[in-house]
Design a protein around this ligand. Structure first.
Ligand SMILES: [Zn+2]
Length: 325
C-alpha cells in the first residue's frame, strides 16, 4: 500500500512539476492565493508564534511553489492519530524515497542528538562558497522528516543532499509550522516528504512536502508545496551534485569548483574536535553550553548536541552571534 502510494505520488509530481517550474513565482502564488489564504490564516490563528509562518503563503518566494492548490495527495484511510514514521528503502542508486510520518508529541525528540557526519547521501560534496552562501557550505545533510518532528537522526533513509537554501529557506519554515501546531494543540499531523530525482540524477530537484492535521481534518493545518533544491548564485549539476559560481553558462566537467574539499575534508574533519553544543532546533542556531541565549531558550526547541562545528554547519545550523561558538 505504502509503495503504491509513493509511486503514485511521484507520478503526480511529474505531472505537476513542469507547469510549476515554468510559471514565475509571482503567478504561482497569485494563482493559488484564494486557496492559500485560508490555510495560512487558520495556521496563524492556531499558532501565531512565528511571523514567517503567517507570511509564508502570501508573500512571494523563490524557495517553493504551491502544488495542487495546496491540498495534499493523502487518502482518507491514511489519516490516523497513532504516531509513526515510515521510510522508503534506498533505490538501486542509493537514493532516498518518500518518508511518511504521523507527527505527534509522542515521537518528537526529547533526547540529545548524536552525530550524522558519517552519512553521505547521494550527490554529496563538501563544498564551500565563502562570499556567496550564508554559512559557506553549499550542501547540508537535509532530514526529510525534520529532526525536530521525529527525532530521527543518522538514518540514511531520511537524509538527502540539499542546498542550504532548500534546508533553511525552503523546508524549515514548513517544519516549524508543523512543530508549532503539534506543540500548541497536542493534535497529530500526517506529514510526507518525497524527494524528486530526475532520471538517474544523484541530486534531487527538490522535495514535495505534504501536511494535513488529523483530528480536525486539515482545518488547523494543511499544505502541499514543492521546495526547490537550488542555491541563489550557484549553478548545480543535478546528475552528479557538482557546482560552480553562476555565470550564465551551464556546468561542464572542466570547471567544477576548486572549493570542493571532498577528498581531504569530509572523512577527517567531520569527526575531529567534537564537543558539546546547545542547539535551537527552531531557529537553527547553535550555542556554547554556557551562553546566556542558550539558557533563555524555550524548552522544546532546546537540544543538547555532541559533535563538531563543521557537522552542525553542514546540517544547516549557524553559530550564535553572542557566544560565537
Ligand atoms: Zn549563544
Amino acid at each position: 500500500m505504502k509503495k503504491i502510494n509513493a509511486f503514485m505520488i511521484i507520478a503526480i509530481i511529474m505531472l505537476f512539476l513542469p507547469a510549476c517550474r515554468d510559471l514565475s513565482s509571482e503567478s504561482v502564488l497569485n494563482g493559488s492565493a484564494s486557496q492559500g489564504t485560508d490555510t495560512s490564516q487558520s495556521v496563524s490563528a492556531g499558532t501565531g508564534s512565528r511571523s514567517s509562518s503567517n507570511d509564508l503563503f502570501s508573500g512571494q518566494s523563490d524557495a517553493f511553489c504551491i502544488v495542487n492548490n495546496n491540498v495534499p495527495f493523502f487518502y482518507e484511510c491514511e489519516m490516523t492519530s497513532k504516531a509513526y514514521e515510515s521510510y522508503s528503502d534506498l533505490d538501486s542508486l542509493g537514493r532516498c524515497g518518500a518518508a511518511v510520518a504521523v507527527v505527534g508529541k509522542e515521537i518528537m525528540p526529547t533526547e540529545e542528538r548524536g552525530t550524522i557526519g558519517n552519512v553521505k547521501p547521494t550527490g554529496w560534496h563538501t563544498v564551500k562558497y565563502n562570499d556567496i552562501i550564508d554559512g559557506n557550505y553549499l550542501y547540508n545533510r537535509c532530514h526529510l522528516i525534520g529532526y525536530q518532528l521525529s527525532g530521527e537522526n543518522a538514518n540514511r533513509l531520511n537524509l538527502i543532499t540539499g542546498t542550504r537554501f532548500l534546508n533553511v529557506s525552503g523546508m524549515l519554515p514548513f517544519e516549524n509550522m508543523v512543530a508549532d501546531y503539534v506543540e500548541q494543540t497536542g493534535n497529530h499531523v500526517l506529514y510526507r516528504v518525497t524527494p524528486k530525482f530526475d532520471k538517474f540524477n544523484l541530486l534531487a530537484d527538490g522535495v514535495l512536502i505534504e501536511a494535513k492535521s488529523v483530528e480536525d481534518s486539515g482545518a488547523g493545518l494543511q499544505f502541499c508545496v514543492f521546495c526547490y533544491n537550488i542555491q541563489p548564485g550557484i549553478t548545480i549539476d543535478y546528475v552528479t551534485g557538482e557546482s560552480k559560481v553562476y555565470d550564465g553558462t551551464p556546468l561542464n566537467a572542466q570547471e567544477v569548483s576548486s572549493n570542493d574539499e571532498d577528498a581531504e575534508l569530509s572523512d577527517v574533519a567531520d569527526d575531529s574536535a567534537a564537543r558539546d553544543y546547545i542547539l535551537n532546533t527552531g531557529t537553527k542556531k547553535f550555542h556554547l553550553p554556557d551562553c546566556e541565549s542558550a539558557k533563555d531558550m524555550k524548552g522544546n526547541n532546546k537540544k543538547k548536541f555532541h559533535g563538531t562545528r563543521d557537522e552542525l554547519i553542514l546540517e544547516g545550523y549557524s553559530p550564535c552571534q553572542r557566544c560565537a561558538p
